[in-house]
Design a protein around this ligand. Structure first.
Ligand code: F1P
Length: 336
């Protein structure tokens, strides 16, 4: 249900563009950005890093909230520290905001109105995902991404980026209308013991988040890797029949990711390719193919390409007889 609410969550979040512009003018000029978060919110932060660096040229760090204490000293007055948290109550993230407040400008991006993070941070932006009951974050992830894109668009005056964002909900709806293929695919992969997710650039965070969703709701071991890292170790784990999900939208990273697909295929991997539906080179190389709207480029792809990966984990979970909304050993909010 919550995956199906994603187009609406993105639409509602986009309505806040004026608020984002107001906050950006309150914050003023920044020379450095530092994202701090946990879990899924940490992966959203990674997309933020690629956006700030490639579109605005602003050096950006991404730090796990639980590791933040070890780098708090590097913050400066012209740093914008951005804390991302669905709940706004995650203890590690709250501690990090408190530690950062006297050293940098702080902005919290949260989903729950009036949560603790909104009181601790100097500035606040809300995602408009509505309540999320499922323990694993889905619609709140795409809403967090939306706010990050809006923030970058407002800081850089990038109206073309806002235009691209406005097209995203319709593209998501198209994927959701066509989910039977993914349900079929999930059946074929539900007995797997290990899964790998690979992507480069903007698709690296998508690979990380795809693997996290799989771990959280199917209990299958899943690893997300920057595709170029495969040769630095993980290739040793690729054997006959090991599923590899390759995230390869059109753009500058595409061909290199394709060569990584060839590498894992040569070692017997069973590859699910996620790419533009007119991408014959990827389609011909892989065992299963998830075709996406050809108009979605690398920059905007994190918002769209995560949807089939969430659906895949959801259907694998159901296939394995698990309740995807209540995975074991995972709390919706980690307050200790
Ligand atoms: C962070 C988080 C979630 C995850 C789980 C545990 O929460 O890691 O991403 O799905 O619920 O907490 P938050 O700070 O974004 O609320």
């Amino acid at each position: 249900k919550e995956i199906h609410e994603e187009p609406g969550a993105v639409r509602d979040t986009l309505m806040e563009m004026d608020d984002v512009r107001r906050i950006v003018s309150e914050i003023g000029e920044v020379k450095r950005v530092c994202f701090v978060a946990c879990g899924t919110s940490y992966h959203a932060s990674f997309v933020g890093k690629y956006l700030f660096e490639s579109l605005l040229g602003i050096p950006t760090d991404v730090i796990l909230a639980s590791e933040f204490n070890y780098s708090v000293r590097t913050l400066t007055e012209d740093t914008l520290a951005v804390f991302i948290s669905q709940s706004g109550e995650t203890a590690d993230t709250l501690n990090a905001i408190r530690a950062a407040n006297s050293r940098a400008r702080t902005l919290a991006i949260v989903n729950v109105l009036g949560s603790s993070a909104t009181r601790e941070a100097q500035h606040v932006l809300y995602t408009r995902a509505g309540p999320e009951i499922g323990v694993a974050a889905t619609k709140t992830y795409v809403s967090q991404l939306t706010v990050i894109y809006m923030l970058v668009a407002a800081m850089g005056g990038l109206d073309d980026l806002v235009e691209k964002l406005e097209g995203v909900p319709d593209i998501m709806e198209e994927i959701l209308r066509d989910e039977d293929g993914i349900r079929e695919m999930a059946r074929a992969y539900s007995e797997a013991e290990d899964f790998f997710f690979i992507g480069r650039g903007f698709s690296y965070p998508t690979a990380l988040e795809g693997a996290l969703k799989l771990k959280e709701i199917t209990y299958i071991h899943g690893e997300g890797y920057a595709a170029g890292e495969l040769k630095h170790g993980p290739l040793a784990l690729i054997d006959d029949g090991v599923p590899v999900v390759a995230v390869a939208p059109p753009g500058p990273c595409h061909d290199k990711t394709l060569s990584n697909v060839e590498e894992v295929k040569a070692r017997g991997a069973r590859v699910i390719g996620v790419g533009s539906r007119d991408d014959a080179s990827l389609r011909n190389e892989v065992d299963d193919f998830i075709g996406m709207d050809p108009g979605v480029d690398e920059v905007i792809s994190p918002l769209v390409y995560i949807v089939p990966l969430q659906l895949l984990s959801y259907y694998v979970s159901v296939e394995r007889g698990i309740d995807p909304d209540k995975p074991k050993n995972l709390a919706k909010c980690v307050t200790v």
